[in-house]
Design a protein around this ligand. Structure first.
Ligand code: NAD
Length: 459
């Protein structure tokens, strides 16, 4: 790359610079698209079984380097080592799952008069994946694995703060035997490298994960060329606890449902809605869970929560929390690093910024509700619609509320959101399109319809 500028990668737990990498310019994007276009033509011409085999080798290479990738994620993103190992394993699993689809990516045969009609699923060409810093490896792989499996080339632009694991994945792809240029990683500034990908006529699809404000710009700019665009954006997800639920279980699960990854999770359950009859009991049960969360060195196996990603993110989170507001507070280290303690606010106005905007930090509000109708109204009272949880022992209520909450990913008596076997994506301003699940590969294809006449030539 031309190295007109560089990106410093900081360890968020210590504020030390751990690496400096060259940043991509628009000219670098042009050159990458040429390489990707050539590689894609060769890749799509390979037998499906050979493409599947190479993706499985890539998955094995990730598995062989799982600990190294995990340690790198701890250093650049401050993720706890346990989470980071899961994230590297998730990349391996996504590649394996996508590899299984290569030989099963079938079109249809449709009954029509006068001939045979078939659909063919063709690759789009070059796909750009623009990733955020909060889950650098899994989110990169959500787009990359199915796109490659469907016969496309991928250019991945990681977030400015977290390019290291992405760069290592590209090396592992080459070592596994994927063709040169098929999977390229271009670290760089969003408005420079990211925007050049969005506006490049040689890029057929943009898979964007990040903030709602940048996602809207990506959609607007991509639409000038009628690009395919998938958007995975922000969230402000409810955790609804009804009085008939197993309150002990709901209170025990609530802390990590918003503190995992220091709350920098688009699915974080940051609005805890509790039915009034069990409100006080729930808070009594929640308090020890918040106060005892082990916050500290993310490389320590016992740590449950690490630092925030950057000084800017720390300042943003601080701006949402009035230090004198009533609630529960956990502990956080002092000194270098971007630390913020686990925080639960009570007595918050349901319309306050902290109750409706995405904080992207370890901060939740608890709001009481009277009945099912009010719970649903509160759950839906944000611009977002990504995830949510419903705690109840009443199956009918679980289904009614699942249908009434306008969000793409709900879980009952659990906080599960993202599983690579199932579709994932947002309602409202949380996104556009779906990723993962059984249809993941199809989202990286065009459907071509071919009709073959069985009529003889006209006499
Ligand atoms: P961000 O929008 O600032 O950046 C995301 C990516 O876009 C980065 O790679 C950035 O460099 C790039 N970018 C920035 N400006 C650009 C431009 N003009 N053109 C093209 N690319 C540009 O988001 P972030 O702060 O890195 O990530 C946090 C956000 O991501 C949160 O809002 C979170 O909810 C969201 N997120 C959503 C999901 C989901 O699946 N719905 C998952 C994880 C994170």
């Amino acid at each position: 790359m031309s190295a007109e500028y560089t990106l410093d990668v900081l360890n968020p737990a210590t504020e030390e610079v751990v690496a400096t990498v060259p940043g991509a310019t628009a000219a670098d994007v042009d050159a990458a698209v040429v390489r990707a276009t050539n590689a894609q033509a060769r890749w799509a011409a390979l037998a499906p079984g050979d493409r599947a085999r190479l993706l499985r080798r890539f998955a094995l290479a990730v598995d062989d380097h799982l600990e190294e990738l995990a340690r790198s994620e701890v250093r650049e993103a401050g993720h706890t080592i346990g989470n980071a190992r899961w994230e590297a394993g998730n990349v391996r699993d996504l590649l394996d799952y996508a590899a299984g689809g290569v030989e099963r990516l079938t079109g249809r045969q449709i009954p029509v008069p006068g001939g045979l009609d078939v659909t063919i699923l063709e690759p789009l060409g070059v796909v750009a994946v623009i990733a955020p810093w909060n889950f650098p490896m899994p989110i990169a792989a959500w787009g990359t694995a199915p796109a490659l499996a469907a016969g496309n080339a991928v250019i991945l632009k990681p977030a400015e703060t977290t390019p290291l694991t992405a760069l290592r994945l590209a090396e592992l792809a080459l070592e596994a035997g994927l063709p040169e240029g098929l999977f390229q990683v271009l670290p760089g500034h969003g408005p420079v490298a990211g925007n050049a990908l969005v506006e490049h006529p040689g890029v057929a699809k943009i898979v964007f994960t990040g903030s709602t404000s940048v996602g809207k710009q990506v959609l607007a700019r991509g639409s000038a060329l009628l690009k395919r665009v998938t958007l995975e954006l922000g969230g402000k997800s409810p955790n609804i606890v009804f009085a008939d639920a197993d309150i002990e279980a709901a209170a025990a699960a609530a802390p990590m449902a918003f503190l995992d990854n220091s709350g920098q999770d688009c699915c974080a359950r940051t609005r805890i809605l509790v039915q009034r009859g069990v409100y006080d009991r729930f808070l009594d049960l929640l308090a020890p869970g918040i106060e005892s969360v082990r916050v500290g060195d993310p490389a320590d196996e016992r740590t449950q929560m690490g630092p925030l990603i950057s000084r800017a993110q720390l300042d943003r989170v601080r701006s949402y929390v009035d230090q004198d507001a009533p609630g529960l507070r956990g502990k956080a280290p002092e000194g270098p690093g971007f630390w913020f303690p686990p925080t639960v606010l009570t007595g918050t106005d349901p319309h306050a910024r902290v109750a409706v905007e995405e904080v992207f930090g370890p901060v939740a509000v608890v709001l009481p509700f009277e009945d099912e109708a009010e719970a649903v109204a509160l759950a839906n009272a944000t611009d977002y619609g990504l995830s949510g949880s419903i705690w109840t022992r009443d199956v009918g209520r679980a289904l009614r509320v699942s249908q009434a909450v306008r969000a793409g990913n709900l879980s009952v008596n659990s906080h599960s959101s993202v599983r690579y076997w199932t579709p994932f994506g947002g309602y409202k301003q949380s996104g556009l399109g779906r990723e993962l699940g059984p249809d993941a590969l199809t989202a990286f294809t065009e459907t071509k319809n071919v009709f073959i006449s069985t009529e003889g030539p006209a006499q």
